[in-house]
Design a protein around this ligand. Sequence first.
Ligand SMILES: Nc1ncnc2c1ncn2[C@@H]1O[C@H](COP(=O)(O)OP(=O)(O)OP(=O)(O)O)[C@@H](O)[C@H]1O
Ligand SMILES: [Mg+2]
Length: 432
Amino acid sequence: AMALACRPKLLIADEPTTALDVTIQAQILELIRELQAEDGMSVLFITHDLGVVAEIADRVVVMCRGALIETAETARIFDAPQQPYTRALLAAVPRLGAMRSIDRPTPFDAIDPESGAATPAAPLAGPPDHAAAPALEIRGLTTRYLTGGGLFARRRPAVHAVENVSFTVAPGETLALVGESGCGKSTIGRTIMGLTRPHAGEVLVDGRPLDGLARRDAVRRVQMVFQDPFSSLNPRHSVGTAIAAPLEINGIARGAAARARVAELLALVGLDPQMAGRRPQEFSGGQRQRLCIARALALEPSVLIADEAVSALDVSIKAQVVNLMLELQARLGLAYLFISHDMGVVERVAHRVAVMYLGEIVEIGPRAAVLYDPRHAYTRRLLDAVPVADPAARFRRRDIAPAEIASPLRPAGWEPPLRRYDEVAPGHFVMA
Ligand SMILES: Nc1ncnc2c1ncn2[C@@H]1O[C@H](COP(=O)(O)OP(=O)(O)OP(=O)(O)O)[C@@H](O)[C@H]1O
Ligand SMILES: [Mg+2]
């Protein structure tokens, strides 16, 4: 509304939907298209999401290292890209549905920054070990936030951010957690990490509860990587100091031993161990995310929670970081709780997918079952909103809910309904 107040002839939209989940993104794109049709304004739409490009653009300009390397009508760019860099960009796009015939995660093709050519990553180790005890288990987790009310208000309404959620993640397994903005994904991550206190329920890591006496021990076994690698590292400390901090705080290593472990961790995430003395601001976004992963791995966790860990990265860097995560998983047997609104990435990394709506899981099951045979109406709506990198699909009809997002804010004393789940196929559960 602010940008349109003066009825501009040109609207410059710089990654306007990057931080949004797919349903909200679809609504914003629809809105821009409508306004454009009404007023005939021009739009310069800057994005790294080729699905969004296919949806909204008439013409595309591809830039690489400061130079304009290719420009054409949208359909031509997708059908007949002329430059190797453009071809590599298109090859790296995670397309939902592209992996229908593959029953376990495969790495993305990464783009070689020098030649612009796509280099497929190495194949990965076998499937997760479901026979082993779960690395992460949550039982009936419920987290509510009390709101407003002040000192004298006895009965305050509460945000039911997470309501009676249960699931397990096996060693070496990735469970993706998806759902629209505000549905409670980050709250689950924060509650597992002990950053938010649950109202009810239990968290077990390697079979041990995350409270009571075992807490200090168990808490090291689960680590988190966040969306914004820029604010997760202190600019005043060298990256070596940042990565060594968990080792020193927990009395695991100091001095020369800590330095040796830092060098090992940097090498593990594909960075030069010589870089330990540098400050975070000397690193790119992708490198910083590698640093955050190195720091998270310092205590040899069995579970890594990645909360939109690759969402802020462009397609090719995203592919590299995702590949790194997949390699580390295969090598170290890590269990991932992978929170993301990028369904293309989810399709690439997840063994199983859990779909959340207003604090509850509405559907959970093997990746192929949930993504290609969704049973809950909400899952269908979410998948329907995913942009496809195909200009021909641009005007397909969709069911985009026009209204605001429903709210998990409930009056005081509200009792959540008792839920039942039907097992529609082996391991595929849908809220009745
Ligand atoms: N500290 C807080 N106090 C009150 N309400 C909160 C607090 N943190 C989160 N909420 C609310 O809890 C709900 C769940 O928030 P959460 O951040 O877990 O969602 P999310 O699924 O991670 O969303 P996004 O995709 O936007 O990251 C939202 O309604 C949010 O407004
Ligand atoms: Mg979140």
